[in-house]
Design a binder for this molecule. Structure first.
Ligand code: FES
Length: 106
């Protein structure tokens, strides 16, 4: 099963497991993780699921579509080179991914 390590802006670390096909957002929300709000429930309309993906994990994730790219320009916390919207990052069974949640989502 996919495993995601979430590190908060203050350094708290949570390691959570999901199911094949889950997004990084879904695993976080299902487990009540603070740091990912996901107001729109994954319909790419809010950008409150913003995360910073570790550089080594970026190539293994689904490529960024144009709308996600546009939405990332409206995040509350600064956009970085490794910014992604976690609702768009679906994982396969063997994936192990590290992400950092931003200081603020809203
Ligand atoms: S949950 Fe709203 S854009 Fe990802």
């Amino acid at each position: 099963m996919p495993q995601v390590t979430y590190t908060s802006a203050t350094g708290d670390v949570d390691v959570l497991e999901g199911n094949d096909g889950d997004s990084i957002m879904e695993i976080a929300v299902r487990n009540g993780l603070r740091g990912i709000v996901a107001e729109c429930g994954g319909s790419l309309a809010c950008s409150t699921c913003h995360v910073y993906v570790s550089e080594e994990d970026l190539p293994s994730l689904p490529p960024m579509e144009e709308l996600e790219d546009e939405m990332l320009d409206g995040t509350t916390s600064e956009r970085r080179e490794n910014s992604r919207l976690s609702c768009q990052l679906t994982l396969s069974a063997d994936d192990k991914v590290h992400v950092e949640t931003p200081e603020s989502q809203v």
